[in-house]
Every structure is written in structure tokens, then in C-alpha cells.
Design a protein around this ligand. Structure first.
Ligand code: GDP
Length: 296
């Protein structure tokens, strides 16, 4: 997946400068204040911001760090190390590998599925999509449009409101029968009926597992909702057996710290990052690339 340059680093420009113009500047009290503000603005959340600052101060004292440029490197390394504590690899070795995609409406689930299908297709994988959000005709149509764009197959409900579990079942059956490598199942995201939705997702999962293990349950979160997105995540993590996270809408967002916050708060790895509405705007998650983009 393509590496892009994001505008994530913007919040740190005030502290570390732009293009080396503060390379020689000395660390003083203002630097620490500015760094704290930048960490909060980047949406690390107060707890993580405090722990990062505490450790950096200790390290800076120990190594008698005087230059802003050294502080920048220390922060980048610390961040990379914390981000890398989680394994971002997608587990797709089973055949078919079933990926269940969950999350509330509007976070970018369908778009992510389209981009992921296209990416996997470009690797030579045979992919089938399952439109298991059966109550919204528009959702099925939207997924069908992505299937066409990504040139992959799709299993659609025979009628609106068909049991989502039966669409998921048919999708995995088709993958097994026709030799698809990967089945990606879209699911509903009606938050107003949380209990019902969680029951529905459990049923979808149970029914799939009659034929094949579920390789990944990816929870899609909108990075622009920041810390609020974490509350939504909890119900899914508790009930849907989530194995990894997808963060969408990180393009043009200054909230890159949310990536670390979300990993540390949920204990789950970020496996994919969405950075635009186009078919190529999805990347895997690489801690050192991300840390460099964020800190500059
Ligand atoms: P769903 O309801 O969760 O399936 O969400 P959709 O896939 O329909 O996406 C909702 C909106 O977010 C659409 O307008 C998408 O184009 C947009 N979107 C999805 N992913 C991204 C992303 O990574 N960046 C940006 N800027 N927009 C995105």
C-alpha cells in the first residue's frame, strides 16, 4: 500500500520547527510547555501525554539533552517503541480467510472494504465481498459499487432485510466453492440499537464459524472523532471479538496521537489506516513511518 505524506506533523512544528530551522535551539521551560500542548492537540489524551512527557524529561536529564533537535529524536524513538508494542500484521493465512468488518455507520466501513478489496486484488488474491448490512438498500448498492471498482465478486441479499447471518453464510460458502482466497463481510452499524446489533454480530460470527474460522474482526474507527470514538469501540470490543482496528480519515487530521491512544486504551493493534476517499488511500500500519510522519 502506498506511503503518503500526511499533515500529521503540523502540531509539532511549533516545538521542533520546520525543515531544520530550530535544529540548534536550546530546550527550556517553554519547550516543555509547547510540547505538552502539542501532545494534547494531537489527541494523545491527557494520561498518555503526561506519561510521554514524564519519561522524556527523565531521559533528557539523564543524558543532559540541551538541543530541541535531540529532544525531537528522543520523542520519535519513544513513540515508535510504544506504537510497535502491537503487531499490525493482518492474519490471512486460512483459505478462505474471512474478515468481518464492524463499526458504527459513517466511520468509513464500506469505503475501507472497497480499498482493502482493491489492495488484496492487486496482490493477486481472489476476493469476495458479503453485503450483510441488509436493512439499508443504499449500503448494499454502495458496496456493490466498490466491488465493481475493485473488480471483485459480491454476494448480495436476495431481498432487503434478509437475515445478515445468512448473507455471511452464503458469502463464505461461495468463497469455499469458488476458490476465493479472502471473504470480506460488511456488517450493519446502527448504534441506536446497540444490544440488537451486538446480538446480530454474534450470530453472523457463529454462522460463519460453522464453515470457516474468522481470521480477522476489524473494528473501523473515525480518527476525527478522537477520544469519543473510544467509547463506541468498547461495546464492539466487548461483544464482537475484535482482533484489530482500522483508523479512517487520518488525512488532513492533526489527531495522529489517537493511534497510540487507541492501541493503549483498547489493547488492540491498529492494522490499517485510511487517509482519503480514493481507492488507493489505505495503508498498512508501520510504526517507524508513522512516528516519523507525526513528529517530523
Ligand atoms: P460506513 O457508513 O461506515 O460504511 O461509511 P462510508 O464508507 O460510507 O464512509 C462515510 C464517509 O466517509 C464517506 O463520505 C467516505 O468517502 C468518507 N471516508 C471514508 N474513509 C475515509 C478516509 O480515510 N478519509 C476521508 N477523508 N474520508 C473517508
Amino acid at each position: 500500500m502506498a506511503e503518503r505524506s500526511w499533515s500529521l506533523a503540523n502540531v509539532f512544528r511549533g516545538v521542533f520547527g520546520n525543515g531544520g530551522d530550530r535544529e540548534e535551539a536550546l530546550v527550556d521551560d517553554d519547550t516543555w510547555d509547547e510540547l505538552e500542548i502539542a501532545l494534547i492537540s494531537a489527541d494523545f489524551g491527557p494520561d498518555i501525554a503526561e506519561s510521554i512527557l514524564g519519561r522524556l524529561r527523565e531521559q533528557a536529564d539523564r543524558h543532559r539533552v540541551t538541543r530541541v533537535s535531540e529532544l525531537r529524536l528522543m520523542l520519535r524513538e519513544a513513540l515508535e517503541e510504544r506504537l510497535a508494542a502491537y503487531d499490525p500484521t493482518l492474519r490471512l493465512s486460512e483459505s478462505p480467510a474471512v474478515i468481518l468488518v464492524v463499526g458504527v455507520n459513517g466511520v468509513g466501513k464500506t469505503t475501507t472494504i472497497g480499498k482493502l478489496a482493491n489492495y488484496l486484488g492487486s496482490l493477486g488474491k481472489r476476493v469476495v465481498l458479503g453485503a450483510a448490512d441488509t436493512f439499508r438498500a443504499a449500503a448494499v448498492e454502495q458496496l456493490a459499487t466498490w466491488a465493481e471498482r475493485a473488480r471483485v465478486d459480491i454476494v448480495r441479499p436476495e431481498q432487503q432485510g434478509q437475515d445478515p447471518a445468512s448473507v455471511a453464510f452464503q458469502t463464505v460458502a461461495r468463497a469455499s466453492n469458488e476458490g476465493h482466497d479472502i471473504a470480506i463481510i460488511d456488517t450493519a452499524g446502527r448504534l441506536q440499537t446497540k444490544g440488537g446489533l451486538m446480538d446480530e454480530l454474534s450470530k453472523v460470527r457463529r454462522v460463519i464459524e460453522k464453515q470457516a474460522p474468522v481470521a480477522e474482526v476489524l473494528l473501523v474507527l473515525d480518527a476525527t472523532t478522537g477520544q469519543n470514538g473510544l467509547t463506541q469501540a468498547e461495546a464492539f470490543i466487548e461483544h464482537a471479538g475484535v482482533t484489530g482496528l482500522v483508523l479512517t480519515k487520518l488525512d488532513g487530521s492533526a489527531k495522529g496521537g489517537f493511534v497510540l491512544a487507541v492501541q493503549e486504551k483498547t489493547g488492540l493493534p491498529v492494522k490499517l489506516v485510511g487517509q482519503g476517499e480514493g481507492i488507493g488511500d489505505l495503508t498498512g500500519f508501520t510504526p517507524h513511518v508513522f512516528a516519523a510522519q507525526l513528529i517530523g
